[in-house]
Design a protein around this ligand. Sequence first.
Ligand SMILES: *Cc1c(COP(=O)(O)O)cnc(C)c1O
Length: 450
Amino acid sequence: MSENDSRKQRDLKHVWHPCSQMKDHEWLPLIPIKSGKGVWLEDFDGNKYLDAISSWWVNIFGHANPFINERIRAQLEQLEHVILAGFTHEPVIQLSERLAAITPPGLSRCFYADNGSSAIEVALKMSYHYWKNRGYTKKTKFITLSNSYHGETLGALAVGDVALYKETYAPLLMQAITVPSPDCFAREPGATWQQHSEQMFARMRETLEQHAEEVCAVFVEPLVQCAGGMRMYDPIYLKLLRAACDEFNVHLIADEIAVGFGRTGTLFACEQAGISPDIMCLSKGLTGGYLPLSVAVSTEDIYQAFYDDYAKLTAFLHSHSYTGNPLACSAALATLDLFERDDVIANNRVTAATMADAVADLQDHPHVAEIRQTGMILAIEMIKDKKTRAAYPWQERRGLKVYQHGLQQGVLLRPLGNVVYFMPPYVINHDEIRLMARVASDGIHLATRE
Ligand SMILES: *Cc1c(COP(=O)(O)O)cnc(C)c1O
């Protein structure tokens, strides 16, 4: 047995992989990765894979980025970790100052956790607790959009709406109020994204009118519902939502865990609507994809609702062991430096246009329902019947065929059901985009052949 085969065997003996039916690995090979460089991952047999999904949407400046490596190394020599209650350190102070400066106006207080789901839990508890501290004891519920995704812990799962992940655990979950998503894939023929998004807002307004008294906050993924199949909508929805949340005295919580840090074409997706949420949740790209870190950034008003004499027991007594880890914060600071140094947002506009151009031919494919794009996220939705809009049954696992084809051809694509998408590190070059597009295109041809 080769060393690599034995490595796979050892893995399968003890590692329980995330989001996986482990039995699939009886026929679907696991891929041990030896090293990474830029957009490329390399396995132990010397095969290379272009990381078209940024290793689950976290990596933005490439693997083993020398600049980020150096900054983490320097921090490592200084301080690896320290408790953040009662203590502080330079990286967390600097990061908080910079997040307050670059997030939309009004957001100024940074509460850290170590993954996206935990940041959502923080936002849930913080919003509820805010209203409680302010004397609004009836506010105990949350509004969410259909097809939304906010993570896997029970609170985050409860305000999400992807049945595949949620249904099994339904008896364990608090009840959220679910409003139909402005997802523009569902728009009438001829309608623009803006028209559809605006029209869908009527349902949100009705729900707020009806339930505002018992609602703490509305959760949204600004502009793109990523895990829900890269479904997209127009900024007008966020604009209307911000105004309605103010009108009805409800928080707006923006989950920018996936879309933050330049993914949608602006540093934060909320910028495209010109709005500030009451709480913004960030993770994934925050550390350039290096280390687990997340943050819920809130307004001064929210912060002040907790600020009082100890005996009043109004403090936010939430914590995680690794809150504000200095290594993770230094990776985040390096990431923010790269944004400033390299004019990333402007360069991404060119990269995004190149991605669109590279797959334009697929538009007329008989089994491609649509190609949609928001900034550095491009999605191609495969469909069984373009006329009736009948979807492929999930049991056929057509996306998995694209995945397998991609691996054979050296591109890591990981379709969500029937949706093939590109969400590459921003350092991808034009040749790499061409390769990624050709392999995806061939994969789609193969997967939809019969
Ligand atoms: C990934 C994701 C989360 C959860 O983050 P984890 O770090 O995986 O817990 C929450 N919301 C959105 C929009 C995400 O994409």
